[in-house]
Design a protein around this ligand. Sequence first.
Ligand code: OSB
Ligand code: MG
Length: 368
Amino acid sequence: VALEGFELRVLRLPLVSPFTTSFGTETVREVIVVRAMTADGDGWGEIVTMPAPLYSSEYTRGAWDVALRWLVPALLDRGSLAPQEIAPALAPFVGHRMVKAGLELAVLDAALRSEGRALGEYLGAVRDRVPSGVSVGIQRDPGALVETVAGYLDDGYVRIKVKIKPGRDVGDTAAVRDAFGAIPLQVDANSAYTLADADLLAELDRFDLLLIEQPLQEDDLVDHATLARRLSTPVCLDESIVSVKAAADALALGAASVVNIKAGRVGGYLEAVAIHDLCRDAGIPVWCGGMLETGIGRAANAALAALPGFTLPGDVSASSRFYTRDIVTEPAVLEDGHVRVPTGHGLGIEIDPVALEDFTVARETLTR
Ligand code: OSB
Ligand code: MG
């Protein structure tokens, strides 16, 4: 596609309720929305950084700076690029994968719209809807957690993921298991533990969890392998899987028996497909993670999660899980515990221009 410019906006979308993890609490989703302007029309993407570098080293102000100072100019210098040429064009710049993913998605959307193709079909989707899991933040106490989970089960979510941290792990998990019996249940520690906590984490084995997600640090691959041998609960990696190379290393070491795939974390939807392919060949189940996406990234995640290797329900929830008002005209909804894979051209979404404007707090445009 012939690139004419990129418009970047910082949006602030209020959350329906605070979202607390082991690394912090969010009450507003601050996110960067990308509009790729091409000779064949616009495309939309989303840079899923958070305001502070707590989940990963990336953060919104840094993403904004590196996008406008380096990555967008590099793409505009090239002039015309196919979607699969975006990642190679940006490869000289180290890291900043969420920024690369957001820019690539915007160009992908523009290219596929102009070709009249849907993202799902392009990526290799084999389903028209995907099972929907929900990520539940740390609540005031285990009783409040049970109440919150009950609401999501009522909504129809088919899998519950509970956020844990030291002091809020075994008790919270026990409360949910005791209240709801044999529901599909997993936990996510967001790197809150060390190998010294192995005995404590082994106490979770009695809850028959689908998996424990990212108990240790991003670069603790060997320690994750050691922990995995100690636990009967399958170890799933999120933060550690930053590329197809990192995924291959993790599998070779025995550091993960399940992989969470997030396009933002790995530098784009095309890299995400490569990780899917690697894991599928290795017999490792994968599922689609989330970053509290707006309707833009949420549509793309549904398409990705429809690939054949995504054999576990993902964090692909309805827009209403996080937002009362989204920036797309038809936000993702929960139907019988599933989210539909969009079939319209590109991402299959239309931006609600009024909502987009209402949530915008900063804007910058670069043109050729
Ligand atoms: O670890 O999966 C995570 C949200 C922000 C940062 C990291 C994570 C999460 C979630 C929410 O768990 C997943 C979602 O978008 O539903
Ligand atoms: Mg996670």
